[in-house]
Ligand binder design. Sequence first.
Ligand code: SAM
Length: 283
Amino acid sequence: MKAIERRIADLWFTEYQTPNLRLGLRIEDVLLNKQSKYQHILVVDTKQYGRVLVLDGAIQLTEKDEFCYHEMMAHLVLCAHPEPKKVLVIGGGDGGVVREVLKHDIVESVTLVDIDEEVIRASKTFFPTVSCALDDERVKIMPMDALVFVKEHHDEFDIAIIDSTDPVDFASGLFEQSFFEDVHAALTESGMMVAQTESPFAEPELLRDAVLGLRHTFERAFLAWGSVPTYPTGLWTYAVGSKKFDPRIQRRSAPTGLKYYSDTMHSLAFELPPFVKEIVNGG
Ligand code: SAM
C-alpha cells in the first residue's frame, strides 16, 4: 500500500471518556463535522460500530449498539406503568427513545424537548433507522431548554424520560435535584421518570448524587443497570423515580422484536451488583 493510502486507511476517532481512558474507533468516512449554536456535531462511519453520532467529542450513539440503551430507557418505565399514555422525552433529539416509546400502542402522545434542532436534523439525515418515528403524528417536537419547559408544565405526563448529554454546560442542570422536582410536578399522580446516570466506574459520585436526588424527590426511587459497549466502561445505569407504582414490577409485557430488553431483563436490571449498591447506599 502506498504511504498516502495507508494514512487515509488509518484515520481514527478518539473519544476522551475520562482523563485516564480513551476509546479509539477506526474511521471509514466523515459525513458531518459542524458547530451548531449549542455544540459540535460529528457523524462518522466506523468499521467496528457502524455510523456514530458524536456531540462535543462524546459518543451519543452508534448504529451497532444503540438498541441496548434506547430499549432500556424506554421499556423499563413504559412496561412498569399500567397506562403510559402521555410521554415526555427530554434531550433524545436523535429519536432513538421516541422510536422505542411508540412501540407501545397505548401511547397517545410523545413530547420531545431537545434544545438543539440541528441534532434532530442530523439524525433524520444520517440515522434513518434511529429517527424513523420522529415524523409520527403522535410526536410533538419542542426545540427549547428542558429546564424551562418542565417549569411550565404541571400534572401532565405519565412518563418522563431524561435522555440527555453528559452533565456539562446546558445539560448540567438536568442531573440536579431541583430539576427532578420540576419533573415530579410535571408528572400525573402515578407518574414515573427515568434518567441515564452514567457509569459506576467512571462517574460514581454523579450516580450517587442523582439517586439521592431522586430519593428526596420521588415516593420511590431505584437504580437499574445494563450494558452499552460504547459508553464509558460499557456498564451503564438508569435511575427510576416513581410517584406510585413500584417500577421493579413489570405491569405490561415487552413489545415484540426487541434485541436487549425482555421481561426477564426487566427484573434482572434492578438487581444491583454489591459494589453498585455500595455506591448508592454508602458503605
Ligand atoms: N444517549 C445519549 C447519551 O447518553 O450520550 C444522549 C443522546 S441525545 C442526542 C442528548 C440530547 O440532549 C442532545 O441532542 C442535546 O441537544 C440535548 N440536551 C442537552 N441539554 C439539554 C437541555 N437543557 N434541554 C434540552 N435538551 C438538551
